[in-house]
Design a protein around this ligand. Sequence first.
Ligand SMILES: Nc1ncnc2c1ncn2[C@@H]1O[C@H](COP(=O)(O)OP(=O)(O)OP(=O)(O)O)[C@@H](O)[C@H]1O
Ligand SMILES: [Mg+2]
Length: 451
Amino acid sequence: MSRNSETILIVDDSPETRLLLKRTLSARGFTTHGAESAAEAVALLNQTDVDLVITDLRMPGASGMDLVRHVRENLPGTEVMMITGYATVEGAVEAVKTGAEEYLAKPFTDEELFAAVDRVLEKLRLRRSLERGGEGAGRFGILGESEAMREVFRVIEKAAATKATVLITGESGTGKELVARAVHYNSPRAKAAFVPVNCGGIPEGLLESELFGYVKGAFTGAAETRAGFFQTAEGGTIFLDEISETSPAMQVKLLRVLQEREVAMVGQSRGRPVDIRVLAATNTNLRRLVERGQFREDLFYRLNVIALELPPLRKRGNDVLLLARHFARRFAGEFDRPLPLFTDRALEVLLGYSWPGNVRELENLIQRLMVLSEPQRKDDRAVIDAGDLPEHLRYCVNAARGVERSLAEVEAEHIQRVLEAQGGNKTRAAAVLGIDRKTLREKIKRYDIPD
Ligand SMILES: Nc1ncnc2c1ncn2[C@@H]1O[C@H](COP(=O)(O)OP(=O)(O)OP(=O)(O)O)[C@@H](O)[C@H]1O
Ligand SMILES: [Mg+2]
């Protein structure tokens, strides 16, 4: 355990306790300071950077509780731990309420002390790594350190080296377009065009001429020959986004392109060979659409040569924090503000939330938080606490650890979602939930769900 490098301030009016704690903690690599009163501690904290304050509860003068309050209010980067010989339930409750991260009752063993210190500092380290994080924590401009994302990077790397068609799947907002660009810009065709086409966003009637181009006189209004996306992508990559939205007729035409590697403009009878790399993406389960007869099986196999599945954000562990910091840094730059400071409780909420909108939802949330959180003085860092996060995130704590959630938590979250989906209409929400309005009203009140 010689890797400990944090600074700990020990506050106790008993010189023996101070010395003992200093010796024990120094042996573990910590830098230690001592203070015999809360007042001396405050003076020292003004001059020195301290990571953790371990304070006695009862001391002459200001109490340990006052010190905890002082640190909580003035030093958001410092953790506090309370030690006392007067272990009472009330004392413990109050210590935690005031903001002490840990509460240790005398007498305690060295092991108990180290365990408590480790728990507190783990959070601190997480937050620190987060502040540093972002730079280089990922590849191809895609952030992520989780095993799930490392696998994605491996597939991108392999796919980029080939000309094979890639089907990118993943929930909305997981970064499919980002990945498509990464494949193209790391491939030998990086210098040629990357042409994204939103198949779901172009009206059916237009999609064909947009994709394939048309020759003069092909239809009324075709005053001159115009290139389509396929011609523009010659030598480069075409990205067919939302591929599941294409009509059966369009699916046949795309299949022909992938089979023959030829493209015919609208109004041309014969196709011309093209050198185009095809990437496609969808946030629906294409295989299921195939089973239901809503998507051509042959086209599915032509697209799914390399399958690249993006994990939802809730399966990426601490990447959530990495991304949160990255977006915070980006918006801090845009708004010309210092980086905000996330409290441990806020981080826990972010980690526990299920992120149905994935990275995009996180990006939007951080942007909104930074707009709303006004620091007291311009150069101060805004502090973002759990209470600053939207309600539906807080109800979702522990979603990642799904088996540790209480029924009430799940119920509150579900009610909130149904209410949102019904535009706040309680009669309709009650009907969906299968309960009467009175019960719904009671639950809304009990869980403090905003109207
Ligand atoms: N791993 C990541 N690192 C950094 N930014 C990311 C990451 N993943 C996604 N983003 C950002 O999140 C936003 C959404 O990503 P993107 O548009 O690629 O998602 P998508 O899967 O195509 O979503 P949709 O299904 O809604 O089209 C973008 O602003 C993107 O830059
Ligand atoms: Mg997209």
